[in-house]
Design a protein around this ligand. Sequence first.
Ligand code: PHE
Length: 440
Amino acid sequence: MKEGFNTKVGAIAAAAGSAVGLGNMWRFPYVTGENGGAAFLIVYVAFTLLIAMPALLAEFAIGRMTGKPVTSALLELAPKKKWFLIGFMGVFCSFLIISFYSVVSGWILYYTWLSASGGLAGLGEAEVAEAFSRVSGSPAASVFWMVLMVAVIALIVSRGVAKGIEKWSKILMPVLLVLILVMCVRSLTLDGAAEGLKFLLSPDFSKLTPKALFAALGQSFFSLSTGIGVMATYGAYISRDQSLSADALSVAMLDFFIAFLAGVMIFPCAFAFGINPGSGPGLVFVTLPNIFNQMAFGSFFAFIFFLLLVVAALTSCFSMLEALVAFGVASLGLSRKRSTVIMTAFVLLGGTCCAVFPAVFNLFDNLSANVILPIGAFCIVLFVPLVIGKERYRAELEAHGGKFGSFEIVYFLTRFVVPLAIFLIFANSLLSWLGVDLFG
Ligand code: PHE
């Protein structure tokens, strides 16, 4: 039986579940903190709408036109050309991302357990930092929690697209929304919360350096899961009577809304307790537990917070594992069961390498987000004008029988604006990788 989403809401929940992840809850707040707050937020919204969303739409369309996962879809649409290599690269990149992502998710699971069992309560600052290095610095502990996390993901994905991914996304996404709203109310009712809101809402454009612009662009791709064909694979599961442009808009809006709420949850908290919001990736693991410890019912809120992160990470991991499993079925001729077992074994191997060797963790992280993701997105958007063509693309976007009023604008963005913008971020990250810093 061909895999597919059963309902419209389910398709949106699954795709939004992929988009909403650690990118929103962990990366977005610290990147926004480091780049000056509100002004960064405005640019991020613009990039999400004008750049990442057209790329997302192109992925959905490529998947749905063929009903196949990314590599096979590209091969079917351009049989004599080498475009399918982009699909391979994307699948490989899903493997890289899920490898380090599942290690971070494992740490989060450990923190959830720690806060539920009272292990975080009453710790001093040094002890909280020590708790983090106890897990992140210990290969055995990191592997243990990563394996637990991967086991849950594999169990759900093995049930199939509708019965596993769709069903669980429909349950977990509303849970996520409730949990984040609880956290926002707590954060906004702290004394001194207004400072944090001001940071998020009143822009200081002097902070908007070219580097911040690039950070916003990279963040918008990562956050919408575009550039590696994961969304093309999901596109293959979307029914033809659904409007892809409406779906892409819903996913982008939900993704942004949740990133914004993550800001509302974290900045007032940080300001109320006098903590610098630009304190980097450790914000979630070291800074926030300290804040919770100073709060009434802190252990309870710490538990809710980490549970929220686990939920967000789970639904993103579904999409990456599914991209691998679908590739195994369509390109390697494996049965779905067998593909799930084999791909899970690869993820466990990749995750173990990331947990044991910090250098591998950093390599996978940098290679995927800064190199493969922009190259992949660049090729996928160019695939639309160069292979699919304007009228066929329009026909796919209007296949549900409705008219897509903004088609001309979106096509213009897809053809010119998005590739140019991606070229710019890519060139910048490549240069800074090579040690050349154009913008300081
Ligand atoms: N969008 C996810 C997040 O924000 C990360 C992700 C990237 C997932 C690429 C799948 C593919 O956390």
